[in-house]
Ligand binder design. Structure first.
Ligand SMILES: Nc1ncnc2c1ncn2[C@@H]1O[C@H](COP(=O)(O)OP(=O)(O)OP(=O)(O)O)[C@@H](O)[C@H]1O
Ligand SMILES: [Mg+2]
Length: 295
């Protein structure tokens, strides 16, 4: 079983708008709404891939109720930690791979909420991995989750990332290139993957949207070209990729890398957020090209 933690979920509305401009009215004839947040996105993708996954989420207010309703309607198993305040509302406007997001404020996670989230995760252990992903306001929540001893998949951008790397049993570390620069001051993805590997990550992955991604497992570094797709929007691509990697890991590194990239590309080519069709992902995985590079 996998556990995902979402400390800051939201109700996200996605609108296709070709000619976004300020001081204007836009009336797209289609729209999508999802309960999102990185952990929750990974849970959706893992569930679509047939994995046993539980999404642990901090929820509050009316939007919290909507998030729970949507997650239940999708059949994603979840554990709810009620918090004071209201979960975020978000809007994403997209067109041919370009996107603009507006993500509103979320509730404050109090110490008691952090305790409840940790206790909930602990009650679900053992797990194949705890996915700690997305934004967090509580200063010690992620560090304490990282010290539970379970294998970790880390995908967030916060000053505590480095500490989680040092104390945790890290199965996957997956920042994107921008986050790597922000947290480590490293621009080169191969250099970044080396740093994450040296800190103990069994899989160090640095993605770069439509640019090549770097996967390091053990001493092998693979540079992987993105699949040629017609991009819709990139929201959830990293989450889909992480889910694909976790799912396909038992099939060996090369297959896992190919499947992960396929899941990312599949997501980029669709308006849904981290909603995967396994057959389409398997078909794409056969087309992935990678080279082993020296670090
Ligand atoms: N335009 C694209 N074309 C092909 N593949 C893409 C494209 N955008 C994203 N991907 C795939 O998705 C993967 C992850 O994308 P990206 O680096 O944008 O993740 P991310 O920034 O972590 O996303 P998020 O955090 O929003 O989920 C890429 O490595 C690639 O495999
Ligand atoms: Mg990401």
């Amino acid at each position: 079983m996998f556990i995902t933690v979402t400390a800051n979920p939201m109700v996200e509305h996605l609108f296709p708008v070709a000619d976004l401009s300020s001081s204007n009215r836009h009336r797209p004839d289609r729209a999508w709404t999802f309960a999102t947040g990185k952990g929750l996105n990974v849970a959706r993708a893992l569930k679509d891939l047939g994995e046993d996954v539980v999404a642990v989420m901090a929820v509050g207010g009316r939007r919290g109720r909507e998030i729970v309703e949507r997650v239940e309607a999708e059949g994603i198993r979840s554990r709810i930690v009620p918090v004071r305040g209201e979960n975020r509302a978000g809007a994403t406007i997209f067109h041919e791979g370009e996107h603009t997001t507006i993500y509103g404020p979320g509730p404050t996670i109090e110490d008691g909420d952090a305790e409840a989230l940790i206790a909930t995760v602990r009650s679900l252990l053992p797990a194949r991995a705890i996915v700690i992903a997305g934004s967090v306001t509580h200063p010690t929540l992620y560090r304490r989750l990282a010290s539970l001893g379970a294998p970790l998949a880390l995908d967030f951008c916060h000053p505590c990332f480095d500490e989680c790397m040092r104390i945790g049993n890290v199965l996957v570390a997956k920042p994107n290139r921008r986050e790597l620069g922000f947290m480590y001051g490293i621009d080169d993805p191969i250099e970044g993957a080396r740093r994450l590997h040296d800190q103990g990550a069994r899989w160090a992955v640095v993605t770069d949207g439509a640019g090549p991604a770097i996967f390091r497992s053990g001493d092998v570094i693979r540079r992987v070209e993105p699949l040629p797709i017609r991009p819709v929007h990139p929201i959830g691509c990293g989450d889909a990729l992480l889910a694909g990697l976790l799912h396909a890991m038992p099939r060996g590194p090369e297959q896992a890398v190919a499947f992960a990239m396929a899941c990312g590309a599949h997501n980029a080519a669709r308006p849904e957020v981290a909603h995967l069709e396994p057959a389409a992902c398997h078909a794409l995985a056969r087309k992935v090209k990678m080279t082993v590079v020296s670090g």
